[in-house]
Design a protein around this ligand. Sequence first.
Ligand SMILES: Nc1ncnc2c1ncn2[C@@H]1O[C@H](COP(=O)(O)OP(=O)(O)OP(=O)(O)O)[C@@H](O)[C@H]1O
Ligand SMILES: [Mg+2]
Length: 772
Amino acid sequence: MARGSAKRLIYLYSCKNNSLFRVTNFISNRFLHHSRSSNCIFYPFTPSKIPNQLQLPPPQLTNFGNFQSFRFDWFCTLSENEKLKLDSTESVHLEAEPNKVDNEVGLHESEIENIGQEEERLHFAQIANRDPVEIYKELKGTLESGRQPLSDWDTLTEIFRCFCKSAWATNQALGVYIGASFFPTASREFSSFFLDKCNADLINYLVYLGPGVEVDKFLFPIFVEFCMEKFPGEIKRFRKVVESADMTKPHTWFPFARAMKRKIVYHCGPTNSGKTYNALQRFMEAKKGVYCSPLRLLAMEVFDKVNASGIYCSLVTGQEKKVFPFSNHVACTVEMASTDELYDVAVIDEIQMMADPSRGYAWTRALLGLKADEIHLCGDPSVLNIVRRICSDTGDELVEQHYERFKPLVVEAKTLLGDLKNVRSGDCIVAFSRREIFEVKLAIEKHTSHRCCVIYGALPPETRRQQATLFNNQDNEYDVLVASDAVGMGLNLNIRRIVFYNLTKYNGDKMVPVAASQVKQIAGRAGRRGSRYPDGLTTTLNQEDLDYLIECLKKPFDEVKRVGLFPFFEQVELFAGQLPNMKFTKLLERFSENCRLDGSYFLCQHMHIKKIANMLERIDGLSLEDRFNFCFAPVNIRDPKAMYHLLRFASSYAQEVPVNIAMGMPKCSARNDSELLDLETRHQVLSMYLWLSNHFEEERFPFVQKAETMAIDIAQLLGESLLNVSWKPESRNARKPKQQEKEVGYQRPLSLVKLRNKIKEEKHHNVEKETA
Ligand SMILES: Nc1ncnc2c1ncn2[C@@H]1O[C@H](COP(=O)(O)OP(=O)(O)OP(=O)(O)O)[C@@H](O)[C@H]1O
Ligand SMILES: [Mg+2]
């Protein structure tokens, strides 16, 4: 190798025999120039961050012999275009010869770095290119380092202080199974070792580099050699932890489904294009079928429709099981879909929900695990590419059927001019909070002759259905619907026009614009084929929101790059085995830190689960499996009353006493908003009781029948209450208003334009403040 040319060391980590190798040859050197800035190292993988591009196609994998997982930092430095190019035209050609050390990596002429002429730089370049194993051996063999000037000493201390805190090094260390929690200890010990032993040459070089990434990259391989020798037990233990949180290759979790040759039919298209209709035709023709719905309400709708057509169909949701003895068809919520049963045809509706940050895992599980000869997916095109990828992993045949809307959706440019008096029969006003929904209902009923039905998330499906029916039927005065985004999925309503009250939504932290995909989904409720209004219209209340609506409707569907996953209990249990005595909440945290996923998947958000797990920590006597299952109970974690009841249910369960409902029935429908909120909560608690009875031993929940009756009665009371609403809505978590909220009372959230302007103004203000 030419003197002065850059030399790089490439490390691969063998997962099989737990050792580190250097790579001898690069067949394709051109990959290297992307890493010019780095000194030498590439490490295998970081458990939670394996980018897409590292999924090597199977034939190339064989080139790697023992090596199973890789991380190449330089991939991250490529631009999107370059990544694509690499993906499509090149695979990574590496050859590694275990145990044969040859650290010289030849570079292409054009990539030879001009190290410079100065003596000092050449000398330092030689040090930079030294074999870290040799350096480590040399350090080990040294009894004591020479004396260093005080100024150098300060720099060295700073260098090692930075190394111990380096996010880059912490991250890289994961690749060789030095966990983030152990890294500070390991790096501190390494610092003492190094400073005790290093010679003048090394010191000069480190001081020349100064604290920073470059020095971290020089030290890191020496640090690895040190750790391999010093902490083999810790590395082995962490490796086991990481391996037990391995969520790569989720298609292998379902060996029975993999043994089948499944045909996947993707019904791909916009809203109101007949996707679900066509999939349901196949479902009804099949000898045995399952329909997986995103919502209880939609499962109920299919259950009714299929039974009405003369085909026996059962209903299974988390809360209820209506099983007909001779039925071969079942409509269920996607979470309840059985991956044990064999079906001829399965339908997974709203497949784009695979990308949902919290619930996505349920769709992914259904797609990977359903044992059906034919699986029909209905959804927009956003997950088409990822489904193609998954099918090539699973070996299933994929057939794509593309759809167009029956009739185009027309945007009304006039808007409602900010005045709810302009609503008309068949309108559905969409607002994004319960409070706004009632404000709108009250305003419309006060200022016009229209009456309004309401649909929002906290209402039981039975009440939502009753409200939908009231709105759909023509023989009553309820001709306007006021709804939240709960109306957005799959439902067929007699809506002529969707009017967006606003296009901003509270995301739990601040007001943000509603996502374009959601706007499309909601607007798509207008003008359904077969409804009273087959020509769909959409508009906004305020003129200033119209542009955003148009922008959203025009926008093509974004391609989803990753879909959700969540571990099964068995995986969490395996992981827990590596970390005995750890509290469940902590365990979940550690799992999410250490789990390995490949590029097509993300770990679903589990705030909800963590919050329940945290609350249940104070209960003794629950097994790990019980805790895990309780965490999925359908409860509004922001409703303290509902959370209290969940805690009570879990306590009784842990004490092995029959779980009581311990909640009375209100005598009449709600007379004010707090009574309405109370009814909503009571229904939720009953729904939770029923859910628990379906997910735990039923005999521990002996009041199922009573809970069912109460739930029906409360849904009825809620329906009656909604007809009489004439009061101002309250917030569920009644609390003292914050200072700025005090005197203004309720205000309609800012329109999008106003919101944008406000953000701009604030930014401008902050800049001014900073520059002042
Ligand atoms: N071939 C058909 N014959 C009669 N009615 C149909 C036909 N195709 C669809 N429909 C009706 O058109 C309406 C919309 O169809 P469908 O629910 O299948 O749309 P979709 O594409 O699934 O929409 P979304 O994305 O909103 O779920 C439904 O009421 C459905 O019954
Ligand atoms: Mg549909």
